[in-house]
Design a protein around this ligand. Structure first.
Ligand code: URA
Length: 241
């Protein structure tokens, strides 16, 4: 027996939190009866329906994708721009991105149909370490980037200290390549952090996510995560609990 919201999340309906909202709003039935109790336990023999649609029993799948620039981190886009799932035409499961990268950001993005897994990885209290490589307008010194390492305030929110590494500089062209490691995932966080110290981001790529890298992939390509990689991500997420 499992909690209803967990079963819904695992079936790829929505995150666990969203599933709870659907239950409370009266959209979920178990064996034909509306259930609004969040703790309700169901077994595999129970028929769960969300807005009249039975839960599809999908195997959980996990993909590591090298998102190209110019693609939306979503399943659909009302402006008809390319979305990340367009790159998975053979995948039958209802996958969605775990968090998002900006339209103009490239790099490592996970996709899954496991809402519970996604929610664990994205939970603010244990977000996994991510490393971005940014091309900056201007050539900063470590001193100028120190506010990022101390933990800065952005949009009235105190960010946790980040790790900064200047990888290369080009005085003549007036730009620098800088790696930034953070474990939060606030909207446009990296761009806002560099902007705040006077070095706007010209190009951004996510290179690392926990222990995962983009090794062997070109933009637009993906691979499946193996069991060990999935377990180790969940362990990394748990550590900060
Ligand atoms: N920070 C940003 O500013 N953009 C991204 O896409 C990811 C992190």
């Amino acid at each position: 027996m499992e909690r209803l919201q967990k079963v819904m999340a695992q079936a790829g309906v929505a995150s666990r939190r969203k599933s709870e909202e659907l239950i409370l709003a009266g959209f979920v039935t178990v064996n034909g009866e509306v259930v609004k109790e969040l703790g309700t336990k169901v077994s595999t023999s129970d028929v769960v329906e969300v807005k009249g649609v039975p839960l599809a029993k999908e195997e959980p799948v996990y993909y590591l994708f090298y998102k190209p620039r110019g693609v939306i981190s979503a399943v659909t886009d009302d402006k008809k721009r390319p979305v990340v799932v367009d790159y998975f035409p053979q995948v039958k499961e209802r996958i969605f991105p775990v968090g998002r990268l900006d339209y103009d950001t490239s790099g490592l993005l996970l996709l899954t149909n496991d809402g519970d897994f996604a929610q664990k990885l994205l939970h603010p209290s244990f977000e996994i370490e991510k490393t971005y490589v940014a091309k900056l307008k201007g050539v900063p010194t470590y001193k100028e980037l120190r506010p990022l390492e101390r933990g800065m305030r952005i949009d009235n929110y105190k960010l946790q200290p980040a790790k900064v590494n200047i990888l290369s500089t080009d005085e003549e062209k007036g730009h620098a390549i800088v790696a930034l490691t953070i474990h939060e995932g606030r909207n446009h966080q990296v761009k806002k952090m560099f902007e705040a110290v006077g070095f706007p981001v010209q190009k951004l790529k996510r290179e690392l996510y926990g222990n995962l890298t983009l090794a062997g992939l070109r933009p637009g390509e993906y691979r499946r995560l193996n069991k060990k990689e999935v377990t180790s991500l969940l362990q990394l997420a748990k550590k900060k609990d």
